[in-house]
Design a protein around this ligand. Sequence first.
Ligand SMILES: [Zn+2]
Ligand SMILES: [Zn+2]
Length: 366
Amino acid sequence: MRGSSLRMTGKIRRKASYISWMRPQDILIPLPAGLCCKPGGFHIDPVRPVERAVITHGHSDHARPGHGAVLATQETLDMMRLRYGDNFARTTQAIRYGEEIQLGDVTIKFHPAGHVLGSAQIAVSCKDLCIVASGDYKDAIDPTCTPFEVVPCDVFITEATFGLPVFRHGNAADEVKKLLASVALFPERAHLVGAYSLGKAQRVIALLREQGYDAPVYLHGAMEAITRYYESRGVALGELRLVRGMKKADLAGTITLAPPQATSDIWTRRFPDPVTAFASGWMRVRARARQRGVELPLVISDHADWDGLTATIEATGAGEVWVTHGQEDALVHWCKARGLAARPLDLVGYGDEEEHEVIAADEAEA
Ligand SMILES: [Zn+2]
Ligand SMILES: [Zn+2]
């Protein structure tokens, strides 16, 4: 009760304030270290060590070690701890979805981004101006994380990983059905599914379970810790086993999830005549699948596709859109054609987790 009355007070105060002279760039500005909020004294997803970092999600290009104070969801903090060890930051603070925190002269609030477990959009408000930094997001359903939430705002900062009209991801369940059909067709072969370790792999497993697949799912060793972590947060994934120590013949007819690069190296020799699959939004592009030697491309993405990006921009009601990491031009053009102010942010240092993943040396033979 007390929480809601506080929120009411906030709203009344905001309405009562007269015209703000604040411009969006006075609140957030792209700097080499990342998106900087000067009045709040923090950076969002900084790519260089900073005093105070506010982090959208656990992917390694957004969540880096070495900051002074880190504010993020509990899941994101835990993922950073898993990857970097206990001393990944000097201090940490967890924030829940819907919770508001005052930092300097701004108020920040976290909202679900639907990208991976614990992923958040960060709404930064100052006087009557609200900017939402959405990080990576998707509006498609995902049984492994809280659904994306549209946050009304004045300025929306969107990613553009799949910011071209050619990218329509379709239904992920249909892609998993393709995988199961192939398993049924080739019972003597193993199926090796390349999938990013944080988020994609767990989503593919959950989608398999939704289709009624109840056999054990096998994991590359590099995926064990993060997948167990998902389970510890209440994401049911059924029976999971490690490939390590399995006899080759016993892997016939099974499904294994592995980091994308492992599916094209000598690690695959332990599988009987493996069918190589890859779960990624890039699998919409046939040439990419061919280039990687992917026999069974599965179009499953943890990013919004073109329709998702444009529908989300419209739904936020934002009059201004800042486009970052990915294919900015088409989306900026789309916004301008609709009378929205739009510009690319030109932030550097953000990779494309659909495509790249580095496996630590000690995990390479796992
Ligand atoms: Zn991401
Ligand atoms: Zn990203």
